[in-house]
Design a protein. Structure first.
Length: 111
């Protein structure tokens, strides 16, 4: 299964609205998308997502051509599923070392 590191990073914070104000007004990151479910900011070539949750969790992302195959392979390698929303949603995996990342299916990245 090929994996490709994406340009997306999610930060969890219990004060999402204050974090958005900080990153947009103080640090000058432009908003890409902002609604009740998702807050996406542009950070150069990268995308920064601000999610509700316990503070200080950072979630990196890997793109895969087949979400279910990647999940199966990673579970066989000792990873655990933390959150699974399927294609188009958050799919958090914790590796055997305690780090967490998201899986995102995008077949076009592997053509």
């Amino acid at each position: 299964m090929p994996y490709k590191f994406s340009r997306c990073v999610a930060f969890h914070t219990p004060e999402r609205d204050r974090a958005v104000a900080f990153y947009t007004e103080i640090l000058g990151l432009p908003r890409v998308e902002y609604d009740n479910k998702q807050i996406e900011l542009k950070a150069g070539e990268n995308r920064l997502f601000l999610d509700d949750g316990e503070a200080s969790k950072v979630v990196f992302e890997f793109m895969v051509p087949d979400l279910q195959k990647a999940r199966d392979e990673l579970e066989r390698q000792g990873c655990t599923v933390v959150r699974w929303e399927g294609k188009g949603g958050a799919n958090y995996i914790r590796d055997p070392f305690g780090l967490m990342f998201n899986l995102w299916e995008d077949k076009s990245e592997f053509i």
